[in-house]
Design a binder for this molecule. Structure first.
Ligand SMILES: Cc1cc2nc3c(=O)[nH]c(=O)nc-3n(C[C@H](O)[C@H](O)[C@H](O)COP(=O)(O)O)c2cc1C
Length: 311
């Protein structure tokens, strides 16, 4: 049996989003929080604390840190909150993150990365630590070297997104780079990158027969029914279901955010990914993404997903 996880996505996969997604669809075994920033203050922001306070056994908190002792502090804090595993972010490509030697910035200097891990694992009382990594900083030619480095430490799992930092999210995920890193590792591994359909997953399962854990991010945003399709469920009234899900999200965001403009902004962000799933409706979706009021937005979404009938 394979395991399916929902990838961490900063600004998207918040507790509210995860709750709505889980209640509407299910089919996902594990969720990861968007990265929580561990810094020298050794305190998380209120928004970050909300990510993990209600202990959830199917949730893995993800941490971003530049200093090993900050990571150790975060790991112990999360262990006290009940979590057996935490995940370290070694993949975020954003310039502001990388320039502070966090996220994928840690991949640039492998000697420094080794010292980072030496320092972390010299500490006692840690929860299990997994990592989510890209396959290199400048290029995925670094995949095997990084794999060797990871193999020297007791990670409970290595989640591999086979792109280099310099690629951001461009091009396609490189399964050869995945294999090169994977070949160096004895611990469990997870594949992440570009799974958009149940067929994509089938193809990867055939190509990577010893991988039992797959992580999906943008694919779930584009097609929220994807986990159910992977499970083999028969789905009827697909558009109507997506319509209900988007309405539910709208209502929940309305309770949490300060005004209609913010809710509209949040919902329009999702349409960037939903557009992948409805290529034939590009024009209408373009109008949805440009809509300026709740009424305009809701009318257009009802037209696309519900034959003009609103609920
Ligand atoms: C908007 C956005 C936010 C993301 N935030 C995070 C994050 O907080 N932590 C992380 O490890 N990866 C983050 N990622 C990367 C995803 O977890 C995932 O690795 C990437 O999207 C590739 O997988 P996919 O093709 O299934 O989407 C983010 C990606 C996007 C597009």
């Amino acid at each position: 049996m394979i395991r399916i996880s929902f990838a961490p996505m900063e600004g998207v996969t918040t507790p509210l989003f995860r709750r709505v997604f889980r209640e509407m669809f299910g089919g996902v075994d594990t969720y990861y929080t968007p990265f929580l920033s561990a810094n020298q203050n050794h305190s998380f922001k209120k928004k970050e604390i909300r990510e993990y306070t209600h202990y959830d056994p199917s949730l893995v908190p993800q941490v971003m840190a530049a200093d090993p002792l900050d990571l150790v502090w975060a790991a112990k804090t999360l262990k006290e909150a009940g979590y057996k595993e935490i995940n370290l972010n070694l993949g975020c490509p954003m310039a502001t993150v990388v320039s502070r030697k966090r996220g994928a910035g840690l991949l640039k200097d492998t000697d420094a990365l080794k010292r980072f891990f030496d320092s972390v694992f010299s500490q006692e009382g840690l929860p299990e630590i997994s990592i989510k990594t890209r396959t290199g900083f400048f290029s995925s030619e670094a995949a095997a070297e990084l794999g060797k480095l990871y193999a020297a430490f007791p990670f409970c799992e290595v989640i591999i997104h086979p792109r280099a930092r310099e690629e951001f999210y461009n091009g396609t995920a490189d399964t050869e780079a995945f294999k090169a890193m994977r070949a160096e590792l004895d611990c469990p591994v997870c594949y992440n990158g570009d799974i958009r359909t149940a067929e994509d997953l089938e193809r990867l399962k055939n190509e990577l027969p010893d991988v039992e854990h797959f992580m999906i991010g943008r694919g779930f945003l584009a097609d929220p029914l994807l986990a159910l399709k992977i499970r083999g469920d028969k789905i009827t009234d697909e558009r109507q279901v997506v319509y209900k899900y988007l309405n539910r999200l709208w209502n929940e965001y309305q309770k949490e955010l300060s005004g209609e403009r913010d809710v509209l902004f949040k919902m329009k962000e999702l349409w960037y990914y939903l557009e992948w799933h409805y290529p034939e409706d590009k024009e209408l979706i373009g109008s949805i993404r440009k809509s300026r009021s709740a009424a305009e937005y809701k009318g257009l979404v009802a037209k696309l997903l519900s034959g003009g009938r609103s609920i």
